[in-house]
Design a protein around this ligand. Structure first.
Ligand code: ASP
Ligand code: MG
Length: 418
């Protein structure tokens, strides 16, 4: 069984949808489940709609709603021409619901956080209905699955945590029998629901993670993520002049890359695949024949250096005011504060009388965290830094270390905060 995921760029207009259908057609002789994102930047547009509604900007919200609806109806017309009406009728109930929710919010004083998830989830619901209808239209039998019926989560709005036991059971019982050769199952990335039936979302760019959840629970042969790039590169081409495609990466290398800022794959995607040894293929939907990259237990036989940059980092140095050693009890206290203040730590280093951290830059806004510490510790904070991760680094990369405020080296990996 195969699981494939197509992102927003792969379904950004009618021609792109046709291209996706042509790719899916190549795999119809095998059991296959396809996870789809919202079309193009729809999630951003829905997010904006939710915030306009929250801020009671009635005219702007209505405008934004119309724009989102027109965009999708335009794609339907381009795809189906004279046969558009039945497909429009399929998506219309979603637009009606969305309009009702937005109107409701405009009348309310508050904005219940779960409404965000409810609104942004329409992007995936609508895109899957359109693509599923188009597959039928192109003589590719398909089955539309509401991912919310099987992906069960807690109620952490915007960043819901998957309840694995329930989800696995639902997918094994309810989805596995549906995935048959000759009929592709189409479902939504990014969304799930609570046991009480409220729609949730798994975090922005979460569709890769959905693909991984399905692949894990279905014991798939592989997960293929189709992107507009030729595979995973050894650096961000917007930053580095020369990049090469990595043919093979180990799960560990991939986790390091995504955790430390490479945006190719959602960071949560790797673990469920690693746990079952399912390979993750990254392939280009613009060049189906091309090899792409494969993430598995294997790495490139020849090590290739990869360069990852994580921006907007903060360096913190914490020292006990009374010259105490930085012992476990103090570290525990500091980490408790970090955890409670929801500060994400990227890198940790200690010495006899100090603890140094590199964290995602929420800290300067997080007065509470600082106040808790200032009592006992002196705290030095430097904002606006970058964290450089070099996998398979070489001696010449070490020269860069002299300008860094924090340097760490683990096996073949070098981390620099500058
Ligand atoms: N549509 C969602 C987003 O843009 C999820 C995804 O595309 O992965 O964040
Ligand atoms: Mg997207």
């Amino acid at each position: 069984m195969l699981v494939m995921k197509f992102g927003g760029a792969s379904v950004k207009n009618a021609a792109a949808v046709q291209n996706v259908a042509n790719i899916i057609r190549l795999y119809t002789d095998q059991p296959c489940l396809v996870v789809l994102s919202a079309m193009d930047k729809t999630t951003n547009h829905l997010e904006h709609l939710a915030f306009l509604a929250r801020d009671n900007r009635e005219l702007d919200a209505k405008d934004q709603f119309q724009r989102i609806m027109r965009f999708h109806l335009g794609i339907i017309r381009d795809l189906f021409g004279d046969a558009s009406a039945p497909v429009e009728a399929k998506v219309q109930p979603y637009f009606n619901e969305m309009e009702r929710i937005v109107t409701g919010i405009l009348m309310l004083e508050e904005f219940p956080p779960r409404i965000y998830d409810r609104i942004v989830a329409y992007g995936e619901l609508i895109s899957t209905v359109i693509v599923s209808a188009y597959l039928e239209f192109a003589d590719i039998p398909s089955f539309w699955l509401d991912a919310r019926q099987v992906i069960k989560t807690d109620a952490t709005w915007k960043q819901a945590g998957v309840i694995w036991s329930l989800t696995e059971e639902n997918i094994r019982r309810g989805v596995a029998p549906l995935v048959q050769p000759g009929r592709v199952v189409i479902t939504q990335g990014f969304i799930g629901s609570t046991t009480g039936g409220h729609t949730t979302t798994l975090g922005r760019e979460g569709s890769d993670y959905t693909g991984s959840i399905f692949a894990h629970c279905l014991n798939a042969e592989s997960l293929t993520v189709w992107k507009d790039v030729k595979g995973i590169l050894n650096g961000d081409p917007r930053i580095r002049q020369h990049t090469v495609k990595l043919d093979k990466l180990s799960y560990e290398e991939a986790v390091e890359m995504t955790f430390y800022g490479a945006s190719v794959i959602h960071p949560k995607t790797i673990k469920p695949l690693y746990n079952k040894g399912i390979p993750l293929k990254v392939k280009c939907f613009l060049d189906v024949e091309a090899e792409g990259s494969v993430i598995s237990f294997e790495t490139n036989p020849e090590p290739v250096a990869s360069y990852i940059v994580k921006k907007a980092q903060t360096f913190i140095r914490i020292k006990p005011k009374d010259f105490s050693f930085m012992e476990e009890r103090l570290m525990q206290e500091i980490f408790d504060h970090l955890h409670k203040s929801n500060v994400k730590v990227s890198l940790v280093q200690n010495s006899a009388i100090s603890l140094m951290l590199c964290v995602d830059e929420k800290l300067s806004e997080n007065a509470e965290f600082e106040a808790l510490l200032l009592d006992k510790f002196t705290v030095e904070i430097r904002n606006g830094l970058q964290l450089y991760t070099i996998i398979n680094f070489s001696v010449k990369d070490l020269k860069e270390a002299s300008e860094a405020v924090m340097v760490q080296q683990h096996e073949n990996k070098l981390y620099l905060v500058k």
